[in-house]
Design a protein around this ligand. Sequence first.
Ligand code: SF4
Length: 220
Amino acid sequence: MVAENSAQRAHSAGVVAARLATAYPQAVCELDHCNPFQLLVATILSAQTTDARVNMVTPELFARYTDAVALSGADQAAVESIVKSTGFYQSKARNLIAMATTLVERFDARVPESLEELVTLAGVGRKTANVVRSVAFGLPGLPVDTHVGRLSRRLGLTVETDPVKVEAELGDQLPSAAWGDFSLRMILHGRRVCAAKKPSCAECVLEDVCPSSTLPTRPR
Ligand code: SF4
């Protein structure tokens, strides 16, 4: 029975991935960046705020601190003043400088590729590490943010609320090469259609396979 449920969910995750790939041919990360270091910085800044807000502050930040060496020697107050509008600016500035210092001291001023090494950096959890792995390096990585978690539960792909467990369940259902794009497309769909408070089910390409659709019931 468990195996049957797993197989069913795998099929559903595959269907969801295929539908989203058609709806969003370009699986894009909406954080502006030109290299792994900039993406790492932007992703750390994106906690508790929007990508659009982060994109407003990173041009000045990247112009002033062009790499890990420059950021490691930054004055915290100067970084705080640049990132202030992203919220939690004191801890974000502290983490950015500490992260850059670790890159310089332990990783030859480069961003490491392994999950185990990435999560040792200040301000970097599994979600951020998986963003960097999948978007910057093209490696397997399945970031689970608030959108991915919410959609996965609404679609019946998981009942878990712990992002680490959600990541493990989704990871089991999809080939590792598909993880990154699946996450990016779930985020796009969460922002544009399946909003937290008011999902637009009538406009959703997943409506016929979604057990949480708000439209009049039909056999599913
Ligand atoms: S049908 Fe509604 S609840 Fe289900 S994924 Fe689409 S928008 Fe979200």
